[in-house]
Every structure is written in C-alpha cells, then in structure tokens.
Design a protein. Structure first.
Lengths: 348, 201
C-alpha cells in the first residue's frame, strides 16, 4: 500500500510535488487555526460567564462543548442580505479582505525551532505589513454598506488603527534592535536561556505598548469603538448577516490569536521553556508555545469582562500622547545602553 | 513561458490596469482603492527583484497608513461631480498644453537611450540568506548618512509647519484635562448635607 502511494507521489512532476507539499502544510496550519478560533469563541463565553457569576453556554452537547459547531451551522444557513444601494461587489469583498491578511500572516509564524511554513528574512515586517492591511476590510465594509452607523464605525476604526499602528511599529523597532534581526525565528533564538533572557524584562514598556496596541488593533474591548454596540449599534458590520458576518467574526478571533502568537514570539521567548531544568524541559516546544499563547488570549477575554469602553478622544490621547513617546524614549534607552554603557548586555 | 515571467506579466498587467482605473473611474473612493491595488502590485514586482525590504515597506507605509488616511478623507467628502465638471472647457487649453508638454518631455527622456535594456544589466541573483534589509541599512547609515538625515529634518520641518498652519485655539472646544480628571477627589464632587427630615404637609 505505502509502495503504491509512493509510486503515485513520484509520478507527479517535481514542481507540483513542492506545490502539493506547501498546500498540505498550509492546511495543517489553517485547519487547527479555524478550530482554535471556533473554540476561542466558546472559551470567551464560558470565561466571561464565570467572571460574571454565570455558567455560560451549557446546552448543546456535553457541557456545551458543541456550541461553536451549532453556531457555525446557524450562521451558514442564514440569508446574506445586501442593503439597497449598497455597492454589492465591495460589500461581499469586505469580509474577505479582513479575513485574508489574518490568515496569510500565519505563513511566517514559527511554532517551534523547525516548524515554520516560510522562514523568510524580513518576517517581522511581513507580519506588520499584513496586519496593517486588515483595516481595509473594515473601511470598505463601512462604506459599501450605505449605512450611517456602519460608516461611523469605519471612520472610527481607520483613525484608531492609524494611531496605534505607529506605536506598534516602534515597539517592534525595539525588539529588532535587541535581537539584531527581522526574522521571527532568530528573535526567539536570541531569548534562549530561561525567563530572565526573555525580552519581557528589558523591553517591558515596549511589551505593554505592543500588547495594548494589539488589543486596540483587533478592535477588542476596551478599544471596540468601531463596533460600540451601545453607541453605533454594531459599527462597521451592522448590515452584515449570515456567513458574511461570520467571516468578520472569525477574522477578529484569528487576529487575536495572531497578536497573542506575536507577543509570545517577541517578548515571551516563543517555544522556549521558562527554566532550563527538568520538569520544564519535559514539555515540548510546541506545548510551551501554545501555553503562552493561551495565557495571552485569556488576558484578552479578561480585559473584555473587566474594563469599560474607552471614549474616542481618550483612545486618541493614549495612542498619540502616551504610547508613541514611551516607545520613542525606550528606543533611545536601548540604543544608548547598547553603545555607551556596560549594561548593554541586558539588551543582548 | 517561465513561471517567474508569468508572475511578472501578471503583476504588471494588474498594475497598469489599476493605474489606468485610478485616473478614469468617476467615484473617488473607488479610485483610491484602485491606487491601493496599484501599490500592492508594485510591491509584488519588487519582491520579484529580491528587494523584499522595499516591497514590504511600500505595503506597510503606503497601503497600511497613507492610503488609509486618504480613504478616510475621501469618504467624508461629498463630491458633486457635476460641479467638478463645470469649468472643464475653461481649463482645457492650459491643461492640454501642460499635458502635451509632459508627454513630449517623457518621450525625449525615454527615447534618449538611457533606459534601453542594454543599460540595465540583469540584477545578480542573491542566495537565500542574503539580507536586503542589512545591505540597505548599511548604505543608508554610512554612505548616504547626510542626505538621509537632511531629508529627515526637512520632513520634520514640514510636519511642524503643517501643524502650526492649521492649529487654532477654539473657544468652544470641550477639552478635558486628563490631569484634572485623575486628580479629582471625593470632596470636589460630593457634598454631604445634614438636615432634618421634612414633615409631610
């Protein structure tokens, strides 16, 4: 049987073998990702439920474990309504434009030392460029819907993302200065040696800025003014229904997991264990990676249940007047420490 | 046709199409979106040249930031196309003259022989571990450090000038001082009043 399969495999021409292999790898990343997204929605409802002294969904399947599947079916069976005078092409394209960058960025994420689809040189920049493109889907959705509320949501989202993109980029400048590389895999390898070597400690202000800017970038509470249920109904996706809405929903959660993975890679040592001693080294690299990502994701849910929504002018003030100066000062500190003082080793 | 060539022609075709649509389509929002598509295709072409840093920066800066701001403004404008077309005949002679001059200039430059294929040697193929970013940084901060710094200063001056030109203090603005908001105390807001219960009439 295996010989027959091998024969079939060798029957393909060389170029198609590579393409097929890459396709299989892409599926191996995306299918678990979609599953993780589905169960992240479940985790969110459960965790927020317990924080608010409720039980959360517990009817579909044992202890509610089939709830995300039931939700997916419900959304798939619903009708997609296109509003009158909406730009139909852009209206349908908008969810796709939100979802594609959220998935494409996973191509360069290193899960372990060897487990990475495309180990490219400037992977940090690649991720930054792709995450900055997600805003187009939101803006186009708001504009193409031909609705005032959707348009207000799109405008808020555009202003917010432009403000936080800069702080995010500067936080990454600090990381690449410390690591001396734009490659995500090398950034993790530079943090080898235990928890005290992670960039969490020397780059702590940048970690905070990046994490909070990441929450803002994914339009999550307390920065969810683009949706703002109590102010502008549901913001940019108010006119969407059925599968088109589900794609927006999926993209938001895929982006959350992506930001968590990036925080893990850049500040929490990626797949490396916190201590290089026996009980910690028993868990494989992928295990540590998933544990750290889950921890950050828990914080995302925790924030949502804890903080009230920021007012629009407060968001702008935080982005422009607090985060950008903080990152600029810390980049100066890193540069000064690396070249002038004997403490340069702190930043490696 | 080699696969690389196919990619080149594909991205070039998309780029030329998108660029043509930017100036011909009526709706300004769609024009801005086509400009985004043009930038993106140009970035694809740069990747083909192994200039991955420039390509990603093009997407990051122009697609991710500049065009978002552009769309932000364009979407809020209520552009009346009829009024825009009113002065068409009036401006046609001057506009036409400028256009003809530009075409002649471009024809002179492009036909001068400087842009022939023989003047453009094929760029050397770099190995997989070649870091475009490192090379570019090294050149910018050593060989071109003064032009680079001067350009940065000019940009900074432009930013400051733009802000000073548009800044005005409005009297009716409802600005809240965050310092005051944080320092607010219970006694600033709550006044405890002791009084006897009132009798019903």
């Amino acid at each position: 049987m295996t010989e027959f399969l091998l024969g079939v495999w060798n029957g393909f021409p060389g170029w198609s073998q590579t393409t097929l292999l890459i396709l299989v790898k892409i599926l191996a990343i995306l299918l678990p990702l979609i599953l993780a997204v589905a169960y992240l929605t479940f985790a969110e409802r459960k965790i927020i439920g317990y924080i608010q002294a409720r039980i959360g969904p517990n009817r579909v399947g044992p202890r509610g474990w089939l709830q995300p599947i039931a939700d997916a079916f419900k959304l798939m069976l619903k009708e997609i309504i296109v509003p009158t005078n909406a730009n139909k092409f852009l209206f349908i394209m908008a969810p796709v434009l939100v979802f594609t960058p959220a998935l494409a960025a996973w191509a360069v994420i290193p899960f372990t030392d060897t487990l990475v689809l495309a180990n490219i040189d400037a992977s940090l920049l690649f991720v930054l460029a792709l995450t900055s493109m997600g805003v187009y889907g939101v803006i186009i959705a708001g504009w193409a819907s031909n609705s005032k509320y959707a348009f207000l949501g799109a405008m808020r989202s555009a202003a917010q993302i432009v403000a936080y993109e800069i702080a995010m980029g500067f936080a990454l400048v600090g990381v690449l200065m410390a690591a001396g590389s734009l490659n995500l895999r090398e950034i993790v390898l530079h943090q080898e040696g235990g928890i005290h070597q992670w960039y969490l400690l020397p780059l702590f202000p940048l970690f905070l800025v990046y994490f909070i800017a990441g929450v803002a970038e994914t339009n999550r509470a307390p920065f969810d003014v683009a949706e703002g249920e109590s102010e502008i109904v549901a913001g940019f996706h108010v006119e969407y229904s059925g599968m088109a809405f589900a794609v927006f929903f999926l993209a938001e959660y895929a982006n959350m997991i992506l930001i968590s993975a990036l925080v893990t890679i850049m500040f929490l040592g990626g797949w490396l264990p916190p201590f290089n001693v026996a009980p910690f080294t028993w868990i494989p690299g992928l295990g540590w990676f998933l544990i750290k990502v889950s921890l950050i994701l828990f914080c995302f849910l925790w924030f949502r249940a804890t903080f009230p929504r920021y007012r629009y002018d407060q968001i702008m003030r935080l982005g422009w007047k607090v985060f950008i100066p903080v990152t600029l000062v810390w980049i100066g500190v890193i540069g000064g420490a690396m070249f002038l003082t004997p403490w340069g080793y702190l930043f490696h | 046709m080699e696969f690389k060539q196919f990619i080149f022609y594909f991205f070039s075709a998309v780029l030329v199409f998108a660029a043509a649509m930017v100036i011909t389509i009526r709706n300004p929002v769609k024009a801005a979106l086509f400009l985004v598509l043009a930038f993106f295709s140009a970035a694809g072409l740069w990747i083909l040249l192994q200039a991955e840093f420039l390509a990603i920066i093009l997407v990051l800066v122009y697609v991710g930031a500049v065009m978002v701001l552009f769309l932000f403004v364009v979407m809020m404008l209520d552009i009346n196309l009829v009024r825009l077309r009113e002065g068409f005949g009036e401006y046609l002679p001057i506009g036409g003259l400028v256009a003809v001059l530009l075409v002649i200039e471009m024809a002179i430059i492009l036909s001068s022989g400087q842009f022939g294929l023989e003047n453009m040697p094929e760029p050397p193929a770099y190995t997989a571990d070649y870091s475009n970013t490192r090379e570019l940084g090294r050149l910018l901060y050593t060989f071109y450090v003064y032009p680079f710094e001067i350009a940065a200063i000019i940009l900074l001056v432009a930013i400051v000038a733009a802000i000073t030109l548009t800044m005005r203090r409005r009297k009716d603005t409802k600005y809240q001082d965050p310092n005051k908001q944080i320092r607010v105390d219970r006694k600033d807001r709550v006044r405890m009043v002791k009084m006897r219960s009132e009798k019903k009439v």
